[in-house]
Design a protein around this ligand. Structure first.
Ligand code: ADP
Ligand code: 5GP
Length: 217
């Protein structure tokens, strides 16, 4: 396997790509990890999916009409994009570039199709796949979330099974059984990857644990 830290010798921030079947708890875990660790930024994707009541424009997603999304594809403005469960989602090149210059590490929450494309273009990216403890637990979480009809939940579960088949080409797999444990495992991966990068630089910035980020790092 290609050394995924090789590119970081140039001093770029790390990019963590996180995928999971819908309902696994990705949003919950990413929020918790971002509260706990400094110097992490979330890459806000563009989507044609309707905004949910608990979501904020520009924070959770940029919610855009279908024709605007198609225009962005035509203008080659996405690093990657995919159709997921009937809606379009994409990561804008310009947003990623802006975040990269901030001297922070990035988290991209993208599906397996997008992760595959991003992996080809960002060979330093670290890929993490989150798994539910079981399909039954996933079903319970989807029902507990209260966002979908039973029919939609069945559709998500069918999609989850094919998603899980993609987990083997990710660098790390984390099972989200107990939230606290999964948060600790995710944090450990990020801190370890940061330590590896510092080792490659031959010095320590202490970025794994302390608030010390910015262009100078
Ligand atoms: P995703 O972003 O992967 O679609 P969410 O973060 O929205 O998933 O989580 C789906 C539901 O599962 C939410 O109601 C959340 O509170 C719940 N959840 C997340 N992690 C766990 C866990 N470890 N155990 C039980 N419920 C969980
Ligand atoms: P949701 O609609 O539940 O927020 O997300 C549905 C799926 O779309 C999730 O698997 C999520 O990871 C994925 N997704 C969100 N943003 C992007 C993106 O920019 N690109 C791709 N390829 N998938 C995304």
């Amino acid at each position: 396997m290609k050394d995924k830290n090789q590119e970081n010798k140039k001093g770029r921030g790390l990019i963590f790509i996180i995928s999971a079947p819908s309902g696994t708890g990705k949003t919950t875990l990413v929020r918790r990890v971002m509260e706990a660790l400094p110097c992490l930024r979330f890459s806000v994707s563009y989507t044609t999916r309707p905004q949910r009541a608990n979501e904020q424009e520009g924070v959770d997603y940029h919610f855009i009409p279908h024709d605007v999304f198609m225009e962005m594809i035509e203008k080659d403005q996405f690093l990657e994009w995919a159709e997921v469960l009937g809606h379009y989602y994409g990561t804008a090149r310009v947003d990623l570039k802006a975040l990269e210059t901030e001297g922070v590490d990035l988290i991209l929450d993208i599906d397996t199709q997008g992760a595959k494309k991003a992996k080809e273009k960002l060979d330093h990216a670290i890929l993490i796949f989150l798994l539910p403890p079981s399909i039954d637990a996933l079903k319970e979480r989807l029902m507990g979330r209260g966002l979908d009809s039973l029919e939609r939940i069945q559709f998500r579960l069918a999609h989850a099974k094919s998603d899980i088949e993609e987990a083997h080409w990710y660098h790390h797999i984390v099972i989200n059984e107990r939230i606290e444990e999964a948060v600790e495992k995710l944090k450990a991966i990020i801190i370890t990857e940061r330590g590896q990068k510092e080792k490659n630089h031959g010095k320590s910035y202490g970025r794994g644990l302390f608030e010390k980020c910015g262009k100078s790092v």
